[in-house]
Structures are given as C-alpha cells and as structure tokens.
Design a protein around this ligand. Structure first.
Ligand SMILES: NC(=O)c1ccc[n+]([C@@H]2O[C@H](COP(=O)([O-])OP(=O)(O)OC[C@H]3O[C@@H](n4cnc5c(N)ncnc54)[C@H](O)[C@@H]3O)[C@@H](O)[C@H]2O)c1
Length: 253
C-alpha cells in the first residue's frame, strides 16, 4: 500500500479517483477503469477491505491502482487527498449508504447522516476535483433509480434526488470549462448493500426486474467508464438509468 501511495502524480495515464472502491459497484468500477487505461485512485472508509481489494486488483493484472483510506464525511481529509494531485481527469462519486426505515421511525439524525455521506461528501469532492480538472474533466455521480420514488426509505430517496440536482447544477456551472458532469442511476444491483435482504426477498426482487435478473456491479461500471472517458463530449447533466428496465413501470410478460 505504501509503495502504491507513492504513485500519486507519477503517471502519464489519465487519473481517476473512485470513492467507495473497496467493494460492490465501486470495486467493479475501479477494475473496469483500470482495464480501460486509467490510473485508478481507489478510496474507501473501510481501510482493511480497501487494501485487500486493491492488492487483489494489482495481483489480477491491474497494475495502475493506488489506495487511500478516505471517509468522505471528513472534508479536510478529502481536500488533503485531492491536494496530492496537481490534476485529476475524472472523479467517480460512488460511496453511499442505504437503509430501510419507515418514515414514522426515521429521525432527523438518520436523515442528516444520509445526506452527509450521499450528498455533501459528493459535493466536497466534486468541488475539489473540478478545481484540478482541465477541459476534458469528467465527474460521474452514482445516484439511484430510487430518486424517482420508493417506499420505506425517504431519507435515501431524498438524498439520491439531491444527487440528481447536484449533477444538473454542476453540469451547467462547469460546462463552460469543458468539464462534463453526469449521474448513473442503478436499479437493484447485487452487492453487499443488499445484505439486509433475505435470499427469498432477493429472488423476488429479481423477478420484479423486466430483464428477469438483478443487476451486476459490472453493468454499472461499464456505463460509468463510458461517461468518464473521452468518448463522450456532448452528454452532460444527465442521469442515466441502468436498471434493467425497472423504471419503465411495466413488467415484461
Ligand atoms: N446496490 C444497489 O442496488 C444500488 C442501487 C442504486 C444505487 N446504488 C448506489 O451505488 C453506490 C455503491 O453501492 P454498492 O451497492 O456498491 O454499496 P456497498 O455497500 O457494497 O459499497 C459501498 C462502499 O462505500 C463505502 N462507504 C460507505 N460510507 C462511506 C464513507 N462515509 N466514506 C467513504 N466510503 C464509504 C463502504 O465502505 C463500501 O465499501 C452507492 O452510492 C449506492 O447508493 C446501489
């Protein structure tokens, strides 16, 4: 890990910073971006899992990764990490938390915690990364299909709707500098975030998707990598639903 940390700034490859990269969608995204030619700065609050994942990626042939423990609620730590780089090509704001709680039981502290991680952490990193981006900068925020509305997690739904708003606002503000800002809104993706669901509930969830399966982290990683790349020059402020058709409202027969 120490050797990897020394890599900051010493590469000609485009540099992408990924939050929540220890597992799930963030890890799949880090892997995909490394395969697509980025030097990947993997970050996560969970140091142990992050280090294990970064080591596994390196050993599996993704040499251009480095890992840094980062809790995105810690504004000074976010700024200190960004300060290691004179430029950043792309930011993937992926770290987020999910919780099921009926409104009657939701506290204002629950609501604030959700926003601290899912929205304010994203904003802090986007502000700092944008300051280090040139005209080809890219920011991709991970929202959720839930921003359209969902039952029993009003705080999560609200936070993801805020991610969509933040994406649109930043896209307009940063467009004159050539920086593109988009969001990806995953449907139900099979990651540890679904740990609260029983196998039975997960199987039921799968049948509720028009394509007949849960999403895979790689489904999201592919879209994120496209939006982070120089292949796209005319898409900004958009929220791309990657949800197996769930948002269409009807089920395939
Ligand atoms: N899995 C899904 O079904 C699904 C659906 C829609 C949206 N999403 C979104 O995708 C993103 C990734 O979800 P996932 O399913 O991979 O979740 P996950 O729980 O498997 O991984 C999230 C990662 O974020 C990290 N993290 C949590 N709080 C953090 C903090 N304060 N600072 C830094 N890192 C922190 C965790 O340690 C973890 O490694 C989240 O923003 C989530 O809301 C997931």
């Amino acid at each position: 890990m120490k050797a990897a940390q020394k890599m900051s700034q010493q590469t000609d490859m485009p540099i992408v910073l990924v939050t929540g990269a220890a597992r799930g969608i963030g890890l799949a995204t880090a892997k995909r971006l490394a395969a697509d030619g980025f030097h990947v700065v993997m970050t996560d609050a969970d140091r142990q899992t992050l280090e294990a994942s970064a080591t596994a990626l390196s050993q599996a042939g993704s040499p251009s990764v480095e890992a840094h423990q980062l809790d995105i609620r810690d504004e000074r730590a976010c700024e200190a990490l960004l300060g290691r780089f004179t430029h950043i090509d792309a930011l993937i704001n992926n770290a987020g938390v999910f919780e099921v709680k009926k409104t009657a039981e939701l506290t204002t502290d629950d609501f604030r915690r959700m926003f601290d991680i899912n929205v304010i952490g994203m904003f802090v990193l986007a502000r700092g990364a944008a300051a280090r981006m040139t005209s080809s900068g890219r920011i991709v925020n991970i929202a959720s299909r839930a921003y359209l509305g969902a039952v029993d997690y009003a705080h999560y739904v609200s936070s993801k709707a805020a991610v969509v708003g933040l994406t649109r606002a930043l896209a307009l503000e940063l467009a004159p500098r050539g920086i593109l800002v988009n969001a990806v809104a995953p449907g139900v993706i099979d990651t540890p975030i679904l740990a609260a669901w029983s196998d039975e509930a997960r199987a039921k969830l799968a049948t509720a998707q028009p394509v007949g399966r849960l999403g895979r982290p790689e489904d999201i990683a592919a879209m994120v990598s496209f939006l982070a790349s120089a292949k796209t020059e005319f898409i900004t402020g958009q929220t791309i639903l990657v949800d197996g058709g769930r948002s269409l409202g009807g089920l395939a027969t």
